[in-house]
Design a protein around this ligand. Sequence first.
Ligand SMILES: [Zn+2]
Ligand SMILES: [Zn+2]
Ligand SMILES: [Zn+2]
Length: 500
Amino acid sequence: MAEDSTVESAIAAAALADSHKKEGNALYHAQDYVGAVLKYQAAVDAGPPREALPMLYQNMSAAKYQLKQYAESIEDATKAIMIDPTFLKAHLRRGKALAALGNWHQARNAYAAAIAVTPNSTEAQIGRIEAEQALVAQYYKPYNETMTNAQVRYINPTRGKGVVTLKELQYGTEVFHEAPVVSHRFVGAEENSAIPACSHCLQTRLTPDMMGPFAVLHSEVYPSGTPSFLSCEKCFVPYEQYCSAKCRTQAWDDYHSVFCAKDRELAKIHPITELYALCRKHNRTNPLIIARAFAMSLTGVTSGRFSNMQDTFQRFGNFIASEEQTPHDAEEFALILNAFSPPHRKLMEIVLTIQNFRMLDGAIMRNAQRLNPVSDLHAMIDRLAQIDAHKLAAVLGKIGFKIPQLPGLRMSTPMRSLTVSGSGLFEIGNTMNHSCQPNVVSMTRATDFTLSVVAVATIPVNTEVCISYIDTDLPKAKRQAALEELYYFSCSCAKCQSED
Ligand SMILES: [Zn+2]
Ligand SMILES: [Zn+2]
Ligand SMILES: [Zn+2]
């Protein structure tokens, strides 16, 4: 008998809940959302069978969404999903409410969950694209504000983000230029150690005796006096020397304040000093870039520019990467770890890991641009050519050069030996997608040592700007293999499609 009455009351509860739900639906359609919420709540309170609950919570979530009670709407949609994880409508509702709150990270995840449940849901796909677009627009806002010819945008799920033109650009036009987010001069085999250069921006400072036949030019056009560098006035380490007070301040704010031993003698046994020796020995520059990247994650937080460690480290996590293991990485990482003070290490716990070291190593391997700034001599010739081409012709004439040879001169062999090279990560540059037939190339500007991306074709408005990640002269099979192996995609650019 007792069992019968339980069954009976369950049936009664289900019927009552169902009638509340129907009333709720009618009110919802009449746009009485407050009334609808009350009815759906009454339906839940009637104690219907568990399988009826997801729909009730979803409907309640929809009504609260209409009332702009987004936080509550998210809560109800979440309840529905917890009971029925495959409930597409609840995932979509959650995504919409999160988007309405501007919580794009979670909105993207909600739509991704919806796609996992129902891969062909158009609403879920559109929702995810909107969330990705908003995230890219948010993150790149400060960068986009610096550009007038192009913008970083989310393109589509296959291409991800990319750089798109805002107007038609003629051949030779600079699309944008930017300073590296982190960079370092090469150490080891490519160090060209006889050439003094700014350890922050790589600008050279040449002395007359380094110029050989160019010395006469030097005396004509060099500003005045013996070129000199600024050191860190606390530790005087040889690997921190700057072309200007501006570079010294930037280096200090970004990374050197973290690693400075603040004492000449202590600096000699500082872990970063040891890291330099190790990197030279093994011909590796990446660990020095990684050390700076970690330090910049810390200064990003301590300066108040970013609110937490994860956000500031995201600047480096944005690059295409997979962990790269190398023979000396444990030793290199240990030195970097020891270069941070214990309180700093504690603060950085979540990001300062060997996995992230290896991830950054992979990111630099795949995304770093080679920096090859022209020497200060190149820059002077450039400046002089603009101010007084006749005077320059006279000076160059003295050492046997004629003006028509100028373009060749700028990177001829003896001139190249007067420069240093390095590598750096660029945030805007990194968003450019690949084409085997690129419409832009990158080069270093002589005026401010930033990376300049220049059109090598007429590029129409609203067109994606593409660079080549690899040597475009390679045959198709080799190009495709290189892109698959390093960048994990198979290229379907126009050139690849037209070749067999
Ligand atoms: Zn500098
Ligand atoms: Zn110092
Ligand atoms: Zn291709």
